[in-house]
Unconditional design. Structure first.
Length: 200
């Protein structure tokens, strides 16, 4: 799929969701998840595995086109995730470690050069996946009802009150066009293999 390139969108005009977003071959996966779900760890591992990072915390959706705008910034890793990613990617650039924050120990991981270089490329939403790390659990990928996904995304929007009906209808269209899943995993390599199968 040919990349779509344009000027970066005005963030005040986008529908903003609390979610990580990554892209491969023009198709994007939206990863909404609460703190402690392992979202940032999975996001960093996917970026290292060749996915382009749009954001580890915000999905910027254009209500007019339904496309996603990138806003790549360092990935915030917390607590055990810091050592996990250091072992997986010893050459990755990591910032200083902040201890005893409200979120515990925090460190930021540099965005990949590819993600930064391609920051002006838009991406088409293709999957909405709700990840959850469950220690010792086998990997499961199960369909999630789209009505539930729509309500969840709407609740996790930062600015749905600004866009009103148009924003809700745009979000409903995105959910309808995407495959929606719950992902439970304990092994990062198994999770990466699952994403590779989805994007093949």
């Amino acid at each position: 799929m040919q990349p779509v390139v344009c000027q970066l969108a005005n963030k005040s005009s986008t529908f903003t969701l609390h979610s990580a977003v990554l892209e491969r071959d023009g198709r994007a996966v939206i990863l909404p998840a609460p703190p402690g779900s392992g979202k940032s760890t999975l996001c960093a591992a996917l970026m290292l595995d060749g996915w382009r990072l749009l954001s580890d915390e915000m999905a910027l959706l254009d209500p007019r086109t339904g496309l996603l705008t990138a806003s790549p910034r360092p990935i915030s890793l917390k607590n055990a995730s810091i050592d996990i990613m250091r072992r997986r990617a010893p050459d990755a650039v990591m910032g200083p470690v902040a201890l005893d924050t409200l979120k515990g120990t925090v460190c930021h991981m540099q965005v990949s050069a590819d993600s930064t270089a391609r920051a002006r490329e838009l991406a088409t939403p293709a999957w909405i996946i709700y990840p959850r790390y469950v220690a010792g659990a086998p990997l499961t990928l199960s369909p999630r009802p789209k009505a539930d996904a729509l309500l969840n995304l709407h609740r996790n929007s930062f600015n749905h009150h600004v866009h009103g009906r148009q924003g809700f209808e745009t979000l409903a269209d995105v959910v309808e066009r995407c495959d929606v899943y719950d992902l439970h995993y304990s092994d990062l390599d198994e999770a990466l293999a699952c994403f590779a199968r989805l994007s093949a």
